[in-house]
Design a protein around this ligand. Structure first.
Ligand SMILES: Nc1ncnc2c1ncn2[C@@H]1O[C@H](COP(=O)(O)OP(=O)(O)OP(=O)(O)O)[C@@H](O)[C@H]1O
Ligand SMILES: [Mg+2]
Length: 321
């Protein structure tokens, strides 16, 4: 199978069985160079198993994996300098300091001593770890440990960064900071493959694949997936009065209609609509309602989360509809 030069990762029919149990069940995946790609799924979906096979740390039962043109796990050695891997579990030396960990892994990658010093201080600065550089890794807080682990994964300036749940158990402000780092690296043309089960975080990815029970159940951009799953954009409209406004609407799907009150305490109706393309159709909806004698109190896009998408795809039901 020739590798497309624009692809960082190309996976075909990937399977991994542990005895009778199939953890990864026929995965096909293409990740372009320069992308931030998210693998999203619940506990046990097969994310770590997939990542470990991509890194060449585990042999697949069947299927093919090409990473930067190298076949895994056979050509794993060629990949070591290209990829940076941050495992789900903290795997650094707890009895070495922050700085010593960075230096140790730097030497392991064969970075010359003359270069390593500058590289380490650059990373300490980038990850705001300077004031903790002399602290033992085992004494760091969870968020600092994750930052150090990211630093170690970056010490040899990889082109492909593979992160397995980098922000698990970390406070939201640190998670945001982490994503700022990742976007910064991506701007400098680092391709990123990241797993998470924080659906809100996945909004940061260029593309995502939803994984469940070892299979990809949906794939696309965050907005594209939302539109695909719901068949369009969701819009919320409130009109004054207690008449039924649905007759006045242009063709669209009314998902929900309920009675409510305006801020001044007047009776009102709230509608949840499914339209093909919100920016184009919302003005038409407003005009039609006003033409039908309704006073439109508010119109807003309904915020659909990736969690809504996931529940819809995996469980075949929708929380928004
Ligand atoms: N070495 C192993 N032997 C047997 N079963 C395994 C092994 N490694 C993983 N599994 C099983 O494979 C399934 C997928 O595990 P995996 O760790 O890939 O999931 P995950 O998506 O990373 O989950 P999490 O979000 O909890 O990290 C799980 O049911 C797990 O118990
Ligand atoms: Mg995992």
């Amino acid at each position: 199978m020739p590798m497309d030069p624009d692809l960082a990762v190309e996976i075909t029919g990937l399977k991994k069985a542990f005895g009778d149990f199939v953890a990864v069940d026929g995965l096909d995946l293409r990740i372009a160079k320069g992308e931030i790609f998210g693998l999203l799924g619940p506990n046990g979906a097969g994310k770590t198993t997939t990542i470990r096979m991509i890194c060449g740390l585990m042999a697949p039962t069947s299927g093919e994996i090409l990473v930067w043109g190298h076949r895994m796990p056979k050509e794993r050695d060629a990949l070591i300098r290209i990829t940076g891997y941050m495992a789900q579990r903290f795997s650094l030396y707890e009895d070495l300091t922050v700085k010593e960990n960075l230096e140790f892994f730097g030497r392991l990658y064969g970075i010359p001593r003359s270069e390593l010093k500058g590289r380490v201080s650059e990373l300490l600065n980038f990850l705001s770890l300077e004031e903790f550089s002399g602290r033992l890794a085992g004494r760091l807080s969870g968020g600092m440990k994750q930052r150090l682990a990211l630093g170690v994964a970056l010490v040899h300036r990889p082109k492909l960064l593979i992160l397995d749940e980098p922000t698990a158990g970390v406070d939201p402000p640190i998670r945001r900071m982490f994503w700022d780092y990742l976007r910064g690296l991506n701007k400098e043309s680092v391709t990123i493959l990241v797993t998470t089960h924080y659906m809100d975080e996945a909004e940061n990815c260029d593309r995502i694949a939803l994984v469940n029970k070892g299979k990809i159940v949906a794939e696309g951009t965050p907005r594209g997936l939302k539109r695909e799953v719901f068949g369009g954009d969701l819009v919320e409209v409130t009109v004054e009065g207690d008449r039924d406004p649905s007759q006045a609407l242009p063709p669209c799907k009314v998902l929900e209609e309920r009675c409510c009150f305006t801020e001044c305490g007047m009776p009102a109706k709230a509608l949840r609509l499914l339209v093909q393309d919100a920016p184009r159709e919302v003005p038409k909806v407003v005009r039609a309602l006003e033409g039908g004698g309704f006073r439109v109190v508010s119109v807003s896009p309904a915020y659909v989360t990736l969690e809504d998408v996931f529940i819809n795809v995996v469980e075949g039901r929708s929380r928004v509809a």
